[in-house]
Write a protein that binds this ligand. Structure first.
Ligand code: BES
Ligand code: MN
Ligand code: MN
Length: 461
């Protein structure tokens, strides 16, 4: 498709500059201090959609951060693609570990990105990937090649659980009527190994509090006779997995879908080995549930991880103290057909059961999410596959991802729509970490592939 390549060639510098400008606004959804920047980003996305040729562009207020809606209906008899993405980003901390400030984007070359990558919070997750859709839409509008209707729904709370988007979707079913949802918020295996995500894990996220004595104590006067909540919490957490790295919560695996040997053999063809992890992460060995490969452990198996743990004295020097309380944030990634609320309940009961008499425990659920899988024979997937075959010159491999986008299951439930997870990031792009980046190659490849997805979807529908 020459018009696509030509348009990108002529406009790529502007595409990059525009993304860089968007990345300068710190739209951190988790931190109230950035609320104004979140709204500013929504307004900016609105402006860019109008410039690209969208209609009915609005910033929809919610109980939390706003949702940007836009559409371009060319013919009601034609199919409609609903684009979902998020303009909010994760907090930038630990800020000291960034080589350049997170909201002052810079382009640098890396081994995996010889054409350069944009380093900034949100570069890959998800501003860069979301903005590919705005630019691909501009391309289709300016070259008169938009083959079907399009709607945009870009939210500002994905990184904090998408609660208000859920309400928005339930209240705006007619407005969001479409034939398929397309999302670029996942990745490919490598720049020369294209893949399409066919599954997302669900999530159960909670916080635990362990209380020992009613006040901090002198660890000499009381230590040894009174339970130390940090020691106790550490033991309790350690007992949540056994020597095979199997999760010990009773009932935890009851609903886990077991894949057939054929499916597992199919998965094993993906060029991802233990070595991939060992080399890129500077570890001596991988670790995980016995009986499964690393790729299986991060996709088709559920997990339990401590995301943060604190309590007692962590200031400079030493303070002898037996603290009153200890805390941890724990997440469990879920697979089909585990149910987030059920897992949260199983965890809570178990955690209360294993607590020794000497402490009190409190479990507070945060957000959850339902796992999601797509078939590989529906028209949305087939269109994405054909588009990627054309732009990468290779057939994409279907892979289940370990990450979560909880709202995707709700889209299916409320709108009856399947989502095509056509992302272009790399696992090594450091999303949620310091030095997040997004390859220029990936950004432009996305802008090139999306119009073809539209074309093939409109043809197949
Ligand atoms: N885009 C990610 C999820 C993702 C990344 C899926 C790469 C597959 C491949 C998304 O923004 C994200 O970070 N989701 C959170 C869940 C959310 C409830 C905070 C996650 O997976 O931790
Ligand atoms: Mn994301
Ligand atoms: Mn994210």
């Amino acid at each position: 498709m020459n018009h696509i390549k030509n348009y990108i060639q002529e406009n790529k510098d502007r595409f990059i500059t525009e993304l860089i400008d968007l990345l300068k606004i710190p739209s951190i959804s988790a931190d109230k201090a950035y609320s104004n920047d979140v709204v500013k980003t929504a307004e900016e996305v609105k402006k860019r959609l109008i410039e690209a040729g969208a209609e009915n562009v609005e910033v929809c207020a919610t109980a939390g951060h706003p949702i940007v809606y836009a559409d371009k209906i060319i013919d009601t008899n034609l199919p409609t693609v609903l684009v979902y993405g998020h303009y909010d980003v994760q907090p930038a901390d630990p800020i000291d570990l960034w080589d350049s400030p997170p909201f002052e984007p810079v382009i640098k070359k890396t081994a995996l990105h010889p054409d350069g990558a944009i380093f900034a919070r949100g570069a890959c997750d998800d501003k860069g990937q979301m903005y590919m859709h705005v630019k691909a839409f501009e391309l289709m509008m300016k070259t008169n090649t938009l083959p079907c209707n399009v709607k945009f729904m870009i939210e500002g709370e994905e990184e904090v659980g998408s609660e208000n988007l859920g309400t928005f979707v339930k209240q705006n079913k007619a407005k969001l009527k479409a034939d398929v949802i397309v999302i670029s918020d996942t990745g490919i295996i490598a720049n020369d190994v294209p893949s399409i995500t066919t599954g997302l894990r669900g999530l159960s996220y909670l916080e635990v509090e362990v209380t020992g004595p009613n006040r901090d104590l002198h660890s000499g006067l009381y230590g040894g006779a009174v339970a130390n909540p940090i020691n106790t919490l550490a033991k309790m957490i350690a007992s949540l997995t056994d020597e095979n790295n199997h999760i010990t919560i009773p009932g935890f695996y009851d609903k886990v879908e077991e894949l057939s040997a054929t499916e597992r053999a199919e998965m094993a063809k993906a060029p991802i080995s233990d070595e991939t992890y060992i080399k890129s992460l500077d570890i001596n060995a991988v670790q995980g549930e016995k009986g499964y490969s690393s790729l299986e452990r991060v996709s088709i198996r559920p997990t339990l991880d401590v995301n943060g743990i604190w309590g007692g004295y962590i200031g400079e020097g030493a303070k002898t103290v037996l603290p009153s309380k200890a805390f941890a944030k724990i997440s469990m990634r879920l697979v089909p057909h585990q149910i987030s609320d059920e897992i949260t309940e199983l965890f809570t009961k178990h955690f209360e059961n294993i607590a020794p008499k000497s402490v009190k425990v409190k479990v507070t659920p945060h957000h959850g999410g339902t796992p999601y899988v797509t078939p590989i024979d529906f028209n949305g997937y087939v269109a994405a596959k054909k588009a990627m075959e054309e732009t990468f010159g290779k057939s994409p491999i279907p892979v289940r991802s370990g990450g979560s986008i909880p709202i995707v299951a709700l889209f299916e439930q409320e709108l009856g729509l399947k989502s095509v997870l056509m992302g272009f990031g790399l696992d090594s792009d450091a999303i949620h970490s310091p030095n997040e980046h997004y390859g220029i190659f990936n950004y432009l490849k996305g802008i090139e592939t999306i119009p073809l997805f539209f074309k093939y979807f409109a043809e197949l529908k």
